[in-house]
Design a binder for this molecule. Structure first.
Ligand code: HEC
Length: 208
């Protein structure tokens, strides 16, 4: 009973107390409905098994040097249910992929065939998110692939799930400034959580 109580306190109760009052940072927008659908596509295709969404602090790894952005803080995940932190990095961290790669055409093409963009990439292609047609119909989103990638005299059209997934990827941009967690905790201790003056965070270093 004692072992169980200690474990529950340390692994359930304490973490809950630590994060229950966290407010979303000012720069964080709730997901749109297209982004939420895209998030489901991300989950059902197992992207999380190869991609993390948690850039680490400079003291813990060279994530900032890799261009993955500032270390994430708890508030960044305010709207994430379930969170998609990931534990494997077969591919790059995607927490700021929307800032790093904003192009819809690039994302669609890369999902259709990663090796058209990154020779030797080991990321799977997702051909079932696309339709190969003889001709595009009105309203079709034709994927602009690099020369030689489109099947001869055909067009590659993105299905709705590909478009939603790309909306989700493009929206993944956590480059707004936040106070470092330690400062945030200190501020939260003296003020109600909702009143954390995140706007004054502009003094903190904005992350590229
Ligand atoms: C088997 C592991 C694996 C899976 C599963 C996987 N990826 Fe990747 N991904 C990679 C690798 C490796 C790279 C780096 C090479 C490249 O860009 O193709 C990458 C690169 C990327 C990039 C470009 C990142 C950058 O910084 O340029 C994006 C975006 C991406 N993946 C999205 C996805 C999405 C969305 C899914 C799910 C539909 C997915 N990946 C599934 C391995 C994977």
């Amino acid at each position: 009973m004692v072992a169980l109580a200690v474990a529950t306190a340390a692994l359930v109760v304490l973490p809950y107390l630590q994060v229950r009052d966290i407010a979303p940072p000012e720069g964080l927008k709730p997901y749109s409905s297209a982004e939420l659908r895209g998030r489901q596509v991300y989950i059902s295709n197992g992207c999380v098994y190869c991609h993390s969404q948690q850039p680490r602090d400079r003291n813990l790894g060279p994530d900032a040097e890799r261009g993955w952005g500032r270390a994430s803080v708890p508030g960044d995940y305010f709207y994430d249910k379930p969170h998609l932190l990931g534990s494997m990095r077969t591919g790059p961290d995607l927490f700021n992929i929307g800032a790093r790669q904003p192009s819809k055409d690039w994302h669609l093409g890369h999902l259709y065939q990663p090796r058209a963009y990154i020779p030797g990439s080991i990321m799977p292609s997702y051909p079932y998110m696309f339709e190969v047609k003889d001709a595009a119909e009105p309203g079709d989103e034709v994927v602009k692939l690099p020369p030689g990638q489109t099947p001869p005299s055909k067009v590659v059209v993105a299905r709705p799930e590909a478009l939603d997934l790309v909306k989700y990827l493009q929206g993944m941009n956590h480059t707004y400034p936040v106070l470092p967690p330690t400062v945030q905790q200190a501020t939260a201790a003296t003020q109600p959580a909702t009143a954390i003056p995140l706007s004054s965070a502009s003094a903190a270093t904005p992350v590229p």
